[in-house]
Design a protein around this ligand. Structure first.
Ligand code: ATP
Ligand code: MG
Length: 130
């Protein structure tokens, strides 16, 4: 398990490359490594952009199947309406609004826990299925 702080824009690259190399080490193929690093890049960027800072925890898990879990936590403004934030094209920053729905499509599981004013936690998992 490794925890990476996200404080500066360059930390987004750090999360992306670290997640990719751990994914490779535990047996994910090239396509899945790219899916994981792309999802991590989007979620780390959201932390930096909307909360200013936060962290990414990258961990391997074994049950009920093995895989990689990455948890992004910040103490930023939170997401008022999670359902709306998950819609393709919805953005409060006049951006593409593709980060969250894109990350969900690239992974096998995604959860968002957030309350307005109380920060945001986004958990993604990629499963290593034989
Ligand atoms: N960590 C976060 N804290 C607060 N709000 C967030 C966070 N992550 C996402 N959001 C909100 O959810 C919206 C949708 O996020 P998403 O990443 O899908 O799109 P975007 O960041 O606006 O655009 P894109 O990622 O395509 O450049 C954001 O515009 C923002 O309002
Ligand atoms: Mg985004």
């Amino acid at each position: 398990m490794i925890v990476l702080q996200i404080k500066e824009e360059v930390d987004i690259v750090g999360v992306r490359t670290t997640a990719r190399s751990i994914a490779r080490e535990i047996g994910f193929g090239l396509v899945d490594q790219t899916r994981i690093s792309t999802a991590c890049s989007e979620l780390a960027r959201n932390v930096f952009l909307y909360a200013g800072e936060g962290e990414a925890r990258i961990e391997e898990f074994e049950n009920p199947h093995s895989g990689l879990r990455i948890t992004f936590t910040d103490k930023g403004p939170g997401i008022e309406d999670i359902e709306l934030a998950m819609k393709d094209g919805w953005s409060t920053s006049k951006s593409m609004g593709k980060g969250l729905p894109g990350a969900k499509r690239l992974c096998d599981h995604m959860e968002i826990h957030s309350k307005s004013g109380q920060g945001t936690t986004v958990i993604i998992e990629k499963w290593l299925l034989q």
